[in-house]
Design a protein around this ligand. Structure first.
Ligand SMILES: C[S@@+](CC[C@H](N)C(=O)[O-])C[C@H]1O[C@@H](n2cnc3c(N)ncnc32)[C@H](O)[C@@H]1O
Length: 306
């Protein structure tokens, strides 16, 4: 989802399977935050178009992490049956009511379960999963899909369903950020809407892709970069911008794709440097997919190439 906020630690009154660590790592998303997700036009129109394109008429879909049930509803516009899994009991209750109200109570089979363990009773055509966070931190998109694929193959054989997203591309860009607020210098991490880039932050070089994840292939558990970033502008290099773009669906006939970008994550680097256009820097970082933002921030190393 597009997170402009860090989720608070939620009380786990219903489900013992949800550990405190999971809560801290963005696994507990209270209902009131789902409004922002429903309101996010780029997210919603992207998933709607991808489901419309990918789901065969009368086909079967699995929605991992149903939330309010909105993606199950969109899938049900074409599918004959939708299996939908969510592990927050309050969200299951909410989705059940909303799906009935929206006329697809019969088509969507909701289940309270951990998506890492759940398997549908029959093979499905399409799996949709939106546990996407900037830089694939905090939420467990990769772990959920990876374990799903393993269990699915064991039960149904090697042919996997199609996935929405089809691929996720992660990139990194050197920037010069103005961290001064009314004279108060505060170089702290923040999220930025890719559609509304602020004048406070200036790009110093191109976005370099550091990971391309194809959902049909196996995923790594660690996401890393160990390579150069070349400055195309001069300035004070004091932060890295992490860009997360998902190709929700790809039309191989036309070459078009339906894309969605998470909020960019901007992380200040430890030792800012004055740089000139044309200079090369060696940048290194490594973090666990689904891990904390701080784990990525702490791993960043930047050195001027000689
Ligand atoms: C970013 S929200 C997306 C919700 C909904 N699919 C949508 O697009 O609006 C991710 C959802 O996945 C659920 N979730 C996270 N981890 C899960 C897991 N391991 N098993 C089942 N649901 C999970 C969360 O509770 C949350 O409702």
């Amino acid at each position: 989802m597009t997170h402009a906020f860090d989720f608070p630690t939620g009380p786990d009154m219903h489900n013992n399977a949800i550990t405190e660590a999971d809560n801290l790592l963005g696994q507990y998303i209270p209902l009131h935050y789902h409004f922002q997700m429903l309101e996010d036009e780029a997210r919603m129109s992207g998933f709607k178009a991808a489901l419309d394109y990918m789901v065969p008429t009368g086909g079967t879909v699995l929605d991992l992490g149903s939330g309010t049930g909105v993606l199950s509803f969109l899938a049900a516009q074409k599918a004959g049956r939708v299996y939908s899994v969510e592990r927050q009991p309050e969200l299951i209750e909410c989705a059940k009511e909303l799906l009935i109200e929206n006329g697809c109570g019969d088509k969507v089979q909701l289940e309270l379960a951990d998506a890492r363990d759940y398997l549908p009773p029959e093979p499905v055509d399409v799996v949709v999963c939106e546990m996407l966070h900037s830089a694939l931190l905090r939420e467990k998109q990769l772990e959920v899909i990876q374990t799903f694929k393993q269990h699915y193959r064991e039960k149904f054989g090697d042919r996997l369903p199609l996935f929405i997203p089809d691929a996720t591309i992660l990139g990194v860009e050197p920037i010069c950020a103005d961290f001064s607020f009314q004279g108060y210098h505060a170089p702290i991490s923040f999220f930025e809407d890719p559609g509304l880039l602020s004048g406070r932050y200036r790009s110093l070089g191109a976005v370099t892709p550091y990971c391309i994840l194809e959902y049909q292939a196996d995923f790594p558990t660690r996401l890393s970069y160990d390579g150069p970033l070349t400055m195309t502008e001069s300035g004070r290099f004091n932060a890295l911008r992490f860009v997360t773009k998902s190709l929700l669906a790809i039309n191989l006939k036309t070459g078009d794709s339906i894309d969605w970008m998470n909020l960019n994550l901007v992380l200040p680097i430890k030792k800012p440097l004055d740089v000139s256009a044309g200079e090369r820097f060696h940048v290194r970082f490594s973090y666990e997919a689904g891990g904390e933002i701080q784990s990525l921030k702490n791993s960043i190393e930047v050195a001027r190439e000689r």
